[in-house]
Design a protein around this ligand. Structure first.
Ligand SMILES: [Zn+2]
Length: 209
């Protein structure tokens, strides 16, 4: 395996090309929200069935990333006004983000927002990775690609795990920032453009010091 190429391919979020995720869904039209968070404004796209996309804007990078835990998680704008029922997964996601950033601290784990089934192919290895990662690797934990492959019952599939992370379009909820290289190095985040974000998230969670 070419380790250099491999690490570059990891955890890209497709942040510069979310076009596919933004397509209308057969579950209904998608709505787009801009959410203020301590790691900058995030774009949230949801259909009535579940999330399609959650990511920091492309303008955030290692040169200008300025996290601020005093920033409240709020919906700043939305493409279509909603009565709060049609896009319930989006509102669950906003609550999840509030809990993640400890606004306020919750006694139990926040409810995970539903991810639209159209985002990841049912029965695929990627679907298995996407199910396993948030279930098994919680706040403050890290895992290597190989270990995650083992958890997915395919110990030789660390490269496929990397590909599954590369197609992650649901930042934070699908915690690919917790997947690091087996040598302990954090590895790239968003094509290496947001490595400081990965570093900050893992420090915030207490996984590294
Ligand atoms: Zn959908």
């Amino acid at each position: 395996m070419n380790k250099v190429c491999f690490s570059v391919s990891l955890c890209q979020h497709f942040s510069t090309m979310p076009g596919k995720a933004k397509l209308a869904c057969h579950h209904g039209p998608t709505n787009t929200f801009t959410v203020t968070t301590p790691i900058g404004n995030m774009e949230l796209i949801s259909c009535p069935k579940g999330l399609h996309f959650l990511n920091q804007g492309d303008s955030i990078n290692d040169d200008n990333f300025k996290p601020d835990l005093s920033v409240k998680v709020e919906v700043k704008s939305q493409l279509y006004q909603d009565n709060g029922y049609t896009y319930k997964p989006a509102l669950v996601c906003v609550d999840w983000l509030r809990a993640y950033f400890n606004q306020p601290r919750l006694e139990k784990d926040p409810v995970m927002p539903t991810i639209c089934p159209s985002v990841v192919k049912e029965g695929s290895f990627t679907a298995r990775v996407w199910k396993t990662l948030p279930e098994q690797v919680g706040f403050g934990q890290t895992i290597s690609y190989g270990e995650l492959a083992k958890l997915c019952e395919s110990p030789r599939a660390s490269r496929a795990v990397g590909m599954a992370m590369a197609t992650n379009v649901i930042q934070l909820i699908m915690p690919c920032h917790r997947v690091i290289n087996s040598n302990g190095q954090l590895g790239n985040y968003a094509w290496g453009k947001k490595n400081s974000v990965k570093d900050w998230l893992l420090r915030y969670e207490g996984a590294i010091h």
